[in-house]
Design a protein around this ligand. Structure first.
Ligand code: AMP
Ligand code: MG
Length: 519
């Protein structure tokens, strides 16, 4: 175990690739390089607000004890083995090519290698200006940092592939934000999250090199990514095999989002990890009511491009952008096109297996697929609370009653009174479900166990985040502490006080249902 100050960092990425070494933060295009060296801008006073002990253990790091160690988490202390840099990448935002973007408010400090040989990139989010900050300030506010810290850890414990968060600190500085984009900017407390992932490389890192026709750099980045992060992929067909695995991992990630009801909110290609990890937590949300058209991002409202139910299709669209970026390296475009086209089969196979698990099915037959489609139509029509509904479904299976009162049983999951036709639909579909479960190849206990591990009982709802931020800004950290515990055990019934529908006050309140990108 090492502490943050004594740990030795590797700098393999910057050693391997060309960068802009000037250290200058003037906003600019940086052709020819993959990153720019840039030091974090010191803040007034770094104070530790949260620390992830479990992740620290994986990283073989001890909890910070001195101010010097805490200062590392806020960018006030850069140790000699660190080589801080901001990565250069591009992206398609809301379907349009946006050109160079880059880490405008993220700085990687270095790579930490553990005794198992695993390397982790440690990155500060909100440490000040970089050459990619464009017109913005390179900072992050407490509300958005708390959201990223808690949610990335929550997703990890839910079993969803994600980047992690080691710490959350406040900076003692105030940051100006126009939260509602309505011309009323206000000062908010500044904060910084230390994010951790094997790499933060995105689709956009490849897109920028392709757009600039830097084919040599592009090939080098592909080789690097495969060697370091997909080392099992070798041989002549390497690039296509690797791309296929990116397709598969991305599909797998989206299926996991759909399983727990997660809506990312800003699925631009610069926010798509090359490892298939959930990355860049902004105006995300879980769905409370099962609404496929729900987008948590106010900027996404006109088109709802990133709505809950659109995520599978958008992921494929993003993968097509990646394929386009890789095509200069492929002699036969049809091959990469064919690899892209595997997406639908991969996605739907994983999706139906996942839905089958949620429903407790020991196997999936073609009739089950029909059933799942029917079942989903009802979730969509009734817009019931997804999390609560599935928990009640487990109870119903476990109770194993002769003639259950179905509507009464699911009452807690409804946000409104059901119309007669809807009542009928729910009753019919649940009746056929119970029949199907009776014919399940596994015993009741096994079925229930499968359902329990596939359906979270605790989800980090937006209104809870909103409340904990409000409390924290008033100096009360009680709810924040409690949520830090609850996220670690989402499949248990240890936190029943959170096992409630979204309260009606939160339905229209800004920050509880929808959020802006302003963070
Ligand atoms: P996002 O869609 O939030 O992932 O961000 C898109 C781009 O804007 C990325 O290049 C970010 O680094 C940049 N960005 C967002 N917020 C800020 C900020 N406060 N300061 C500098 N750059 C930012
Ligand atoms: Mg981003």
């Amino acid at each position: 175990m090492k502490n943050l100050v004594s740990a030795t960092f590797r700098n393999d990425f910057v050693t391997h690739f060309d960068g802009d070494e000037s250290g200058n933060t003037r906003p600019r295009q940086t052709p020819g390089v993959l990153y720019s060296k840039v030091a974090p801008t010191p803040v007034k006073k770094v104070s530790l607000l949260a620390w992830s002990d479990e992740l620290a253990r994986e990283l073989e790091l001890t909890r910070p004890e001195s101010q010097e160690e805490v200062d590392v988490l806020g960018g006030n202390q850069v140790t000699p083995s660190m080589y801080p840099y901001a990565a250069c990448y591009a992206g398609h935002q809301f379907g349009n090519w946006a050109g160079q973007l880059g880490d405008g408010r993220a700085i990687t400090l270095g790579e930490l290698q553990t005794s198992t040989g695993q390397t982790w990139e440690l990155q500060l989010k909100g440490p000040g200006l970089t050459p990619y900050s464009r017109m913005a300030d390179g900072r992050a506010v407490l509300r958005s940092s708390l959201r990223e810290y808690l949610m990335s850890e929550a997703m990890h414990y839910l079993g969803v592939p994600t980047t992690r968060a080691l710490s959350l600190v406040t900076t003692g500085d105030l940051v100006m934000r126009d939260m509602f984009y309505n011309g009323n900017p206000e000062y908010e407390p500044g904060a910084i999250v230390m994010r951790v992932a094997p790499t933060f490389i995105r689709f956009g890192n490849f897109e920028i090199l392709a757009a600039r026709r830097e084919n040599e750099n592009l090939q080098k980045l592909v080789d690097w990514t495969i060697d370091h992060h997909y080392p099992h992929i070798q041989g002549e067909n390497k690039l296509i095999d690797w791309y296929k695995e990116v397709v598969e991992r991305t599909a797998g990630m989206i299926v996991e989002w759909m399983r727990v009801g997660f809506v990312h909110g800003v699925m631009n290609t610069d926010n798509m990890s090359i490892l298939g990890l959930t990355i860049d937590y902004g105006p995300y949300s879980f769905v409370d009511d099962y609404d496929v058209n729900f987008t948590p991002n106010t900027t996404d409202l006109p088109g709802r491009r990133y709505a809950f139910g659109k995520q599978p299709a958008v992921a494929k669209w993003n993968l097509a952008c990646l394929a386009g970026a890789l095509s200069p390296l492929v002699n036969d475009d049809e091959k990469i096109q064919a690899a892209l086209e595997t997406y639908d089969d991969v996605y739907w196979a994983k999706y139906y297996r996942m839905m089958g698990d949620k429903l407790g099915f020991n196997e999936i037959t073609p009739a089950d697929i029909n059933f799942i489609n029917r079942f989903e139509k009802i979730l969509k029509a009734v817009k019931l609370d997804m999390t609560i509904f599935f928990q009640l479904l487990i109870d119903l299976v476990e109770l194993n009653e002769e003639e259950p009162n179905i509507l009464q049983h699911f009452n807690e999951s409804f946000y409104r009174e059901l119309k007669e036709a809807e009542q009928e639909m729910v009753t019919t579909v649940i009746t056929s479900y119970l029949q199907r479960i009776k014919e399940n190849g596994s015993d009741l206990e096994t079925t229930v166990a499968l359902m329990r591990k596939s359906n979270p009982r605790f989800i980090l709802r937006n209104y809870l985040l909103h409340q904990s931020i409000e409390d924290l800004e008033k100096g009360d950290s009680g709810l924040f502490q409690k949520l830090q515990e609850a996220i670690k055990d989402p499949y248990s019934n240890r936190f029943e006080e959170f096992f409630v529908k979204r309260p009606s006050w939160a339905t229209q309140k800004a920050g509880c249902s929808m959020l802006s990108c302003s963070s």
